[in-house]
Ligand binder design. Structure first.
Ligand code: B12
Length: 304
């Protein structure tokens, strides 16, 4: 089990790990506030690694002969101090983010649509879109692929999660063609269906003042070139997961790069391919790369 999933436990799993019955854990939660679960929208109490540590400390004090009330107080008094230089509020917010990420993963695993939407609502209310995308959604997707590869998640579960998240991203993208900023055309080459990172990139770019014309997955390069010739965008981004998606397309890619400033992105884009075709390369994650683009108002050739 990975660290993030391990940090969010239901009462039964917590009880097994600690060797304390769920009745006793609930009583300690109720009487002493020893446990501080978050609730999934499905109504489950979810416990964190901090809850587990607190119970372990309480057990140690009980073993030394303290009463339950004294042991609980001592366990809570011993809560680790936040690191120097990091405010308590930051620590709490980070904890909230990690907890919510865990709950999101749990709700998606349970195919709990209302639950997952509620966690995303909460995240987007508490944190910036950039933080939610960079620290929760994109890492979740990456990990989902690894679990799928290991056979821990089946295709239906993977599709459920990626479709739900795609719906949310599409919602965040609404209106991204509006404004007076520079224009970016975003596309994936033929055969490429992975457009979630490109959506995330476009959302953040728009928040930095750009207008987005989204062409999306699986698009013939001739048509992207036509769109670029018509719209005269300040930037075209082509994103793909594997280098094969760009294979045999050098002539098209370099033609496109002559029509508009072009950047390649995703694990399928290599420096050699970009250089050979007169294109730039976006090497960061989608959110950071979008944040690093020159904001609206500056010369867009710097984007290369
Ligand atoms: C969701 C998903 C799908 C969905 C896509 C839905 C959609 N609309 O996007 C669907 C179900 C369609 C799908 C299909 C397939 N998928 Co898929 N999929 C994924 C999954 C779980 C998440 C992809 C994602 O959004 N990741 C989030 C991004 C941000 O993370 P990342 O890919 O690691 O990207 C990093 C960088 O490359 C960069 N980046 C990536 N894109 C971009 C874009 C921009 C603009 C920028 C700036 C940066 C950037 O940012 C990241 C961090 O730095 C990945 C797992 C994974 N590791 O990502 C598999 C994964 C990409 N899929 C994989 C496979 C094998 C497939 C299929 C072949 C499965 C099949 N047998 O049918 C098909 C191929 C479809 C096709 N023709 O394209 C493999 C690819 C392996 C490989 N390298 O060849 C992966 C890695 C899963 C795995 N671990 O094996 N998939």
């Amino acid at each position: 089990m990975d660290a993030r999933r391990a940090s969010v436990l239901r009462i039964g799993e917590l009880s097994r790990r600690l060797g304390v019955s769920d009745h006793v854990l609930r009583a300690w939660e109720r009487r002493y506030g020893l446990l501080r679960p978050v609730r999934s929208a499905g109504g489950f109490r979810l416990y964190s690694a901090a809850d587990e540590s607190r119970v372990r400390r309480m057990q140690a004090y009980l073993a030394r002969g303290l009463s339950a009330a004294e042991a609980a107080r001592a366990a809570m008094d011993e809560e680790p101090e936040p690191r120097a230089g990091v405010s308590t509020e930051t620590v709490e917010r980070r904890g909230g983010l990690a907890d919510a990420a865990g709950v999101l993963a749990q709700t998606l695993d349970d195919m709990d649509e209302p639950g997952a939407q509620a966690v995303l609502d909460r995240l987007l209310a508490d944190f910036t879109v950039e933080t939610v995308l960079r620290e929760v959604v994109l890492p979740y997707l990456h990990e989902l692929g690894e679990r799928w590869e290991r056979g821990e998640v089946n295709v239906a579960e993977e599709h459920f999660a990626s479709n739900l998240l795609r719906g949310r991203l599409a919602n965040l993208a609404r209106g991204w063609g509006q404004g007076h900023g520079p224009l970016a055309v975003l596309a994936c080459p033929p055969g490429e269906l992975h457009d979630l990172p490109l959506l995330a990139f476009g959302i953040v770019l728009h928040r930095n003042g750009w207008r987005i014309s989204y062409v999306g997955a699986n698009t013939p390069l001739e048509d992207i070139a036509r769109t670029a010739a018509d719209l005269r965008p300040d930037l075209v981004v082509l994103a793909a997961v594997t280098p094969e998606r760009f294979e045999g397309l050098d002539a098209h890619v370099s033609r496109l790069a002559r029509i508009a400033p072009l950047a390649l992105a995703g694990a399928g884009a290599t420096p050699t391919m970009a250089q050979a075709n007169g294109a730039g390369l976006l090497t960061g994650d989608p959110v950071t790369s979008a944040e690093q683009m020159p904001p609206a108002g500056q010369h867009t050739q710097d984007a290369r």
